[in-house]
Design a protein around this ligand. Structure first.
Ligand SMILES: C[S@@+](CC[C@H](N)C(=O)[O-])C[C@H]1O[C@@H](n2cnc3c(N)ncnc32)[C@H](O)[C@@H]1O
Length: 488
């Protein structure tokens, strides 16, 4: 584990800067104060003590910045009903010290299974005695027994997969406000899902299907669910006869979860509208294309950065046989880095080219050389066995793409292959000449195969192979995969 020591003034703000955006947060042991460091779409509060739950439900009335679900359950009851990788982030703020060490370690391990992005732990540095012999706690509620500290934690309790942010003098008083003789420390420990390249995450639009499968898994947990006293906040079952039926045979909790997940799907549809307005705003405020991409990368924006499964890219572009140790590859438009990391795992020697510095920084650890789009003329001649461009050409004007193809062909070895995907119009619906900012930023620049061939010929190349990859009739476009080689 790596420890970063911080001053009290910038302790919390630094940690907030490390937190990833999350749609679904599970806040275990939230008491009456759920975490407020990030704003997810769905905030699941899990609290074992009934009186805290009652207070919490009161406090959440009228909150409208997110959807809250409140579970009256212990961590172990709650965690077992969540399918693998079903929440983005788990918060454990001031929780582990209330458990015996072994139980705390079990909690951390169990949490890794259900999380997609981060586990965020906050706890005192070492053991701080805390007891409430009268049974009343610092909020004057009857949770004294829940507030007792049963273990002390140090950075050494976390392995190398955790990053620690510690402060030596964070706590100056105990939880009742009585000053300590000298300030005591605290630390945050953040675990991240190990390798983005290994993750099975799919494109945003694939999500609803996997949620349905998750629901089927939930059904199997019927027994456990009945023991779990769950209080779900503000969800109307009456809207759906199927759910009413489920609820009537004792599956109330599942029915509500299902409803929440279905709502999430609707939210995704809203998100699509929001995505469209994001681009529109970017165009209206005359943000440069480069800045647009920088901001997408800084937010790890899953939709705009795609994150296509690498095997799928290689198979569709018919280059899987070239992904072998020693192949020298230039990867254009690295997105979230999935493809680049996977190429590295297969022993390729990789260079990367992208319009965004943040994108290149993301893959720096596995690439030999990086180029920004503005440095395209610096690509070395006669170097690459393989150049890959997937979901990038549709974000480029014809002029920029022509220039890119020219330099890439120059940088190919004589046997080298430039494998590229581009979008084409299925029918007359799309204005094939439209390459304005809106089309470029949203990836809607399309071109016919004839236009593309002409660009390749002018650049000194030839089309060695081409195939239609996919059709999207609703959008009036399709994708072609093409392999380009140099004309000797
Ligand atoms: C939609 S993502 C595609 C990611 C990945 N190749 C995939 O298929 O999942 C587009 C990527 O292309 C980059 N990009 C956009 N315009 C570019 C340009 N003109 N030259 C190189 N990269 C560009 C973006 O920064 C982003 O990383």
């Amino acid at each position: 584990m790596k420890v970063t020591w911080l001053e009290k003034e910038n302790f919390v703000t630094t940690v907030i800067g490390q937190l990833k955006d999350a749609e679904v947060v599970l806040d275990i042991g939230c008491g009456i104060m759920p975490q407020s460091y990030i704003t997810p779409k769905m905030h699941i509060c899990c609290e074992p003590f009934e009186q805290y739950v009652e207070v919490l439900l009161e406090r959440l009335k009228g909150e409208s910045d997110r959807n809250y679900i409140v579970l009256n359950a212990t961590w172990s009851e709650a965690i077992k009903i969540f399918p693998a990788k079903s929440v983005d982030t788990v918060f454990l703020v001031d929780v582990v010290e209330h458990l015996e060490k072994e139980e705390g370690l079990r909690l951390l391990k169990a949490t890794e299974r259900i999380v997609k992005k981060q586990i965020v732990v906050f706890t005192p540095f070492g053991f701080i005695r805390q007891e409430h012999p009268t049974g009343r706690d610092a909020w004057n509620l009857e949770g004294g027994v829940w507030q007792k500290h049963r273990s002390g934690w140090l950075p050494e309790d976390f392995d190398d997969n955790w990053k620690i942010y510690a402060c030596k003098d964070y706590h100056t008083t105990d939880n009742m406000g009585n000053p300590f003789d000298k300030p005591l420390g605290a630390f945050w420990s953040i675990w991240e899902y190990p390798s983005m390249a290994n993750s099975q995450e799919q494109r945003y639009s694939d999500a609803p299907k996997s949620l349905w499968l998750d629901f089927q898994a939930l059904q199997k947990k019927h027994q456990a669910l009945q023991q779990t006293k769950a209080v779900i906040f503000a969800r109307k079952l009456e809207e759906n006869p199927f759910l009413m039926k489920l609820a009537s045979v004792g599956y109330c909790f599942m029915a509500k979860i299902y409803l929440v997940l279905r709502r999430r799907k609707t939210e995704q549809e809203f998100t699509q509208i929001k995505l469209a307005s994001d681009v529109q705003n970017s165009v209206t405020k005359r943000e440069s294309t480069r800045d647009w991409w920088e901001s997408c990368h800084k937010k790890d924006h899953k939709f705009w950065l795609s994150g296509t499964n690498p095997q799928k890219i290689w198979e569709s572009l018919k280059i899987a046989h070239l992904i072998i140790p020693g192949t020298i590859v230039l990867n254009i438009g690295v997105g979230l880095g999935y493809d680049t990391f996977e190429l590295a795992k297969h022993g390729c020697i990789i260079d990367a080219l992208d319009i965004s510095e943040t994108a290149l920084a993301r893959v720096m650890i596995v690439v030999s050389r990086i180029w920004l789009t503005s440095q395209i003329q610096d690509l070395p001649p006669n170097t690459y066995d393989l150049v890959i461009s997937h979901l990038v050409a549709q974000h480029m004007s014809n002029q920029d793409l022509s220039e890119q193809i020219t330099h890439v062909i120059r940088s190919l070895k004589s046997s080298g292959v430039f494998a590229i995907q581009f979008a084409y119009p299925l029918n007359g619906k799309i204005d094939i000449l439209n390459e304005d900012e809106l089309h470029i930023k949203s990836g809607a620049v399309v071109r016919t195969m004839d236009m593309f061939k002409e660009m390749v010929l002018k650049a000194g190349g030839r089309i060695a192979w081409s195939q239609e990859l996919e059709r999207f009739p609703d959008y009036g476009l399709g994708w072609y995969g093409v392999q380009i080689q140099r004309v000797e």
